[in-house]
Write a protein that binds this ligand. Structure first.
Ligand code: DGY
Length: 321
């Protein structure tokens, strides 16, 4: 029997022995993702594809992968993959939910606190040799304790952010397609609100919804107008949920006070983006899940999904069945 072939689109932070026992493995070892043309060629030769959110797994690519039995994504989000086409071809698509919840919630809080207390600006201030004395009004920001936190999207990560917020004595409101049961709301100490009301009353708004046709540019000019002028926006979900031009205008004109984003549209952010000129914006390079143990767990889950798919078994974490 010929051995299955798999292509992995980047070096993974884990051992591949388990996979090598069942498949002939090729790993793209460049630091940059494989160009689309390379992916198109590779996918024609393989039974399994292990990909990242930087790979565009579209209709054309899935259709040319005639022997493709499984697509395994090392991420919880899968907006880069054409799921309907994979499903129509009966190709299971795996993802890695759960293991990155805490790491992403932690980074959300790191960004929220850094933006509120102007940590990045303060660091730049000191390194620019501007620190002359203690000043009563130097680098002031809002309080976090007692403030209202608005959580947009209330899945695993949104809930983990809420759990952390409890320790800060915040009022926590959330909006979501589906309202949670009252027991969970009570346990987490959260209140449900519609999107517009949440925007109007929140001091901090944090985004935890997947990117879809519905959430693409969910935050635009009208939403920033609804938000408090003192509000701070945090995005650790997907860049395209926020219209970057509207965000720039809102931050520049003081429609909102600040933002901290781990994700941008596009990624990486273009070096000439006007957003990079703003002091009231913090940007990190999509590192929500970037703790060593988390990345290792994500890689192992992606391998588990891949192996199951190669064997024709149900994927432990499958998004299209
Ligand atoms: C995901 O998993 O979708 C994150 O954005 C990357 O860790």
């Amino acid at each position: 029997m010929t051995q299955a072939k798999v292509f992995i689109t980047r070096r993974l932070p884990t051992q591949l022995h388990r996979l090598e026992e069942v498949a002939n493995v090729e790993v793209w070892s460049e630091p940059q993702p494989p160009p689309y043309q390379v992916l198109l060629e590779k996918v024609q030769e393989v039974d399994g594809l292990l990909c990242l959110l930087t790979d565009q797994i579209d209709q054309q690519l899935i259709q040319v992968g005639k022997s493709l039995k499984v697509i395994s994504q090392m991420a919880v989000g899968f907006d880069n993959i054409d799921i309907p086409t994979a499903t129509a071809r009966r190709i299971p698509v795996g993802n890695t939910p759960g293991v990155l919840t805490d790491a992403t919630a932690d980074l959300t809080w790191a960004l929220l606190m850094a933006a509120a207390r102007r940590v990045v600006e303060a660091d730049r201030f000191v390194r620019s040799h501007l620190w002359q004395t203690w000043e009563p009004d130097l680098l002031l920001g809002p309080d976090i304790a007692g403030a209202t936190l608005g959580i947009v999207g209330f899945g695993r990560i949104g809930q983990a952010v809420a759990r952390r917020a409890k320790g800060f004595d915040m009022r926590i409101i959330y909006t979501s397609k589906h309202r949670c049961n009252s027991e969970l709301e009570q346990n987490l100490g959260v209140e449900f609100a519609d999107f517009a009301s949440l925007l109007q009353v929140s001091d901090f708004v944090t985004i935890h919804t997947p990117l879809s046709a519905e959430t693409d540019h969910l935050f635009g000019e009208a939403e920033f107008v609804l938000m408090k002028q003192s509000a701070i926006l945090i995005n650790t979900a997907r860049g395209a949920i926020v219209d970057p031009d509207a965000l720039y205008q809102a931050l520049r004109t003081g429609e909102i006070a600040g933002a901290a984003i781990d994700v941008t549209e596009p990624e990486p952010i273009p070096t000439d983006s006007p957003l990079l000129s703003l002091d009231n914006l913090i940007i990190t390079p999509h590192i929500g899940s970037a703790s060593r143990p988390t990345r290792e767990k994500m890689a192992n889950m992606a391998i588990d999904n891949l192996i199951a798919g190669l064997k024709g078994e149900r994927l432990p974490y499958c998004v299209n069945s």
